[in-house]
Design a protein around this ligand. Structure first.
Ligand SMILES: *[C@@H]1O[C@H](CO)[C@@H](O)[C@H](O)[C@H]1NC(C)=O
Ligand SMILES: *[C@@H]1O[C@H](CO)[C@@H](O)[C@H](O)[C@H]1NC(C)=O
Length: 441
C-alpha cells in the first residue's frame, strides 16, 4: 500500500466518521427536573414531536448537564436544529456547550428554538446569546399580566392574547384554540434582524407573580405595555433562524416550520443581465458601454411543502429591487414580473418566477455592481452581486459633429466664412473695373 493510497483511505474513514456523526438532524436539550424526557418521550411538547415526525427529522435528546452534549464534531456542526427546553437550573455542561459555541452554531447556519417559561430559568450562556442578539427575556418568576385581557376567574395569572397581538401572522398565526397565556415577556433591542411575533397589549406589564402585592414600580416591572413581547424571531444575515417563545403554549406548527426552514425560504435560481439586443451573452457579459440599454432578469423560488415553487410578489412593499451601484446606487429599480418559468433545462416544471427590468445605464464609466439585496421579514434573505465594467465611448463612437445640434451654429459660421471669402475673391477679381493706369498718373 503506497503512502498516497493509505492517506486517501484515512481521509475516507474520516469522511465516513463525520457522516456518521451527522446521524441526527435535531438536538433537544432538556432538564430532567422539568420534564424527564429520558423516562417518557411523550412529555415532549406535542407540537414539537408532531413536527419532528411529520418532517422525518431524527432527534437526539440530552440534558443540560450531560457531559457529552456537543454541538460540533471536528469543526463540523453535528445538528441542523437545536431545541432548548425550559430548565430549572442555570448550570449546563459548559465545556462543549457554551455561549461561543452557540454563536458559532448560528454562524454555521444552525437554527435554534428557545422555549422559555415563567417558572423556569434560562441557563446563563443561552441568556447571553439572546442578549447579544437583542432579546432580553424576563427572569424567573416574572409573568406577563394584563388586567384588561384575562380570564376573570384565574386571578392575576394568564393573559388572553388576541389576534392583534400576533404581529407577524405569516410566521406565527393566531389560533383561536390558544388558551390564556401564562409566561414571560421579553424586551427587544432595535436589531434590524429581529422579527417580533407576539406583542403584548398596551395595558399589560410583566412583574414577579409570586409577590402577593404587585404594585408597579420601576424596578419591579420588566416590561410595560407594548414594550413586551411574548414571542420573538430572529433571522441572521446568513439566514440562520432563532425563535424565543415565552411559554410552551406558543410553540406552534407554523412557527416550527418557519424556525426550522420549512417555510419562508427563498432561493435565487438564476441571475442574468445582457444588452437588450444581445441576449446570447446573457451568462457571460461583463463589459458594457455607458448609456447601454440593459435587461436584468432573475428567477426566484419559494419552498412550499418541501418543494420549490414560484415566488410571486403580491404586495407592493415586497417588490424585488435592483441597484446598479458604484459605491452608491446610480439606479434603483423595481423588478417587474414576467411570469413563471422552469429553473432547469431538462425539467419542464414551472418552479420559479421570473422578474426583469429594462433600463439605460448611467452616463458614467467605471466598475459597477448589479446588486439584488432582498430582505423582507419572515423570508430568507437574498443577496446577489454581479460586478461589471462600464466603459466610456471609444474614439470612433462619439457622434459626428453634424449630429450635434449645438454644433450647427459653428458649422454654419465656418461655411459662411468660406462662402464670403469666395464671394470676396470673385468680387475682387471680376466685379467693377477700376482703371489703375489712369489713376496712377
Ligand atoms: C459568451 O457566450 C456566448 C454564447 O454562449 C459565446 O458565443 C461567446 O463567445 C461568449 N463570450 C465570452 C466572452 O466568453
Ligand atoms: C427595452 O427598452 C428598449 C428601449 O425602450 C426597447 O427598445 C426594448 O425593446 C426593450 N426590451 C424589452 C425586452 O422590453
Amino acid at each position: 500500500m503506497t503512502f498516497g493510497s493509505r492517506f486517501s483511505l484515512i481521509g475516507l474513514l474520516i469522511t465516513l466518521f463525520i457522516a456518521s456523526v451527522h446521524a441526527f438532524e435535531a438536538l433537544v436539550v432538556y432538564d430532567a427536573a422539568v420534564s424527564n424526557l429520558e423516562k417518557d418521550v411523550s412529555l415532549l411538547n406535542p407540537e414539537i414531536s408532531k413536527f419532528l415526525e411529520s418532517n422525518s427529522l431524527s432527534a437526539e435528546f440530552k440534558t443540560y448537564t450531560d457531559e457529552t452534549l456537543e454541538l460540533f464534531f471536528a469543526g463540523q456542526k453535528k445538528y441542523n436544529h437545536l431545541i432548548l427546553l425550559p430548565s430549572s437550573k442555570k448550570a449546563m455542561a459548559k465545556k462543549s456547550f457554551n455561549q461561543h459555541l452557540l454563536l458559532d452554531f448560528i454562524s454555521e447556519e444552525g437554527n435554534i428554538l428557545v422555549v422559555g417559561g415563567s417558572k423556569s430559568v434560562l441557563p446563563e450562556d443561552i441568556r447571553s446569546v439572546l442578549n447579544e442578539i437583542g432579546i432580553y427575556p424576563s427572569p424567573k418568576g416574572y409573568e406577563l399580566i394584563d388586567y384588561f385581557n384575562q380570564e376573570s376567574d384565574k386571578g392575576v395569572s394568564g393573559v388572553q392574547l388576541k389576534k392583534e397581538n400576533f404581529v407577524a401572522p405569516k410566521v406565527l398565526p393566531f389560533k383561536s384554540s390558544l388558551g390564556s397565556y401564562t409566561g414571560g415577556a421579553a424586551l427587544i433591542s432595535n436589531n434590524e434582524n429581529i422579527l417580533p411575533l407576539v406583542r403584548a397589549s398596551s395595558t399589560s406589564f410583566s412583574a414577579p407573580i409570586e409577590e402577593s402585592d404587585i404594585t408597579i414600580t420601576q424596578d419591579k416591572t420588566w416590561t410595560l405595555g407594548k414594550q413586551g413581547f411574548a414571542a420573538v424571531g430572529v433571522q441572521a444575515l446568513n439566514n440562520a433562524r432563532l425563535a424565543w417563545v415565552g411559554s410552551e403554549s406558543l410553540v406552534d406548527e407554523e412557527l416550527l416550520k418557519w424556525n426550522f426552514k420549512a417555510k419562508g425560504v427563498l432561493k435565487l435560481q438564476f441571475t442574468q443581465h445582457h444588452k437588450h439586443d444581445e441576449p446570447q451573452f446573457a451568462n457571460n457579459n461583463t463589459l458594457y458601454r455607458i448609456m447601454d440599454q440593459v435587461i436584468y432578469t432573475v428567477g426566484v423560488s419559494e419552498l412550499k411543502e418541501g418543494k420549490w415553487t414560484t415566488y410571486e410578489v403580491k404586495d407592493e412593499d415586497d417588490q424585488l429591487q435592483l441597484s446598479f451601484k458604484m459605491l452608491d446606487p446610480y439606479q434603483r429599480l423595481n423588478l417587474e414580473p414576467l411570469g413563471p418559468a422552469s429553473s432547469s433545462e431538462e425539467d419542464s416544471e414551472l418552479d420559479t418566477f421570473v422578474y426583469f427590468t429594462n433600463f439605460t445605464l448611467p452616463d458614467h464609466h467605471g466598475m459597477f455592481t448589479f446588486e439584488l439585496d432582498y430582505k423582507r421579514s419572515g423570508l430568507s434573505y437574498l443577496l446577489d452581486k454581479r460586478i461589471v465594467a462600464v466603459r466610456h465611448l471609444a474614439n470612433d463612437e462619439y457622434k459626428r459633429s453634424w449630429e450635434i445640434t449645438n454644433a450647427w451654429v459653428y458649422i454654419a459660421s465656418a461655411a459662411a466664412v468660406v462662402l464670403t471669402w469666395f464671394l470676396f475673391v470673385i468680387n475682387f477679381i471680376y466685379v467693377g473695373n477700376i482703371d489703375y493706369s489712369k489713376k496712377n498718373i
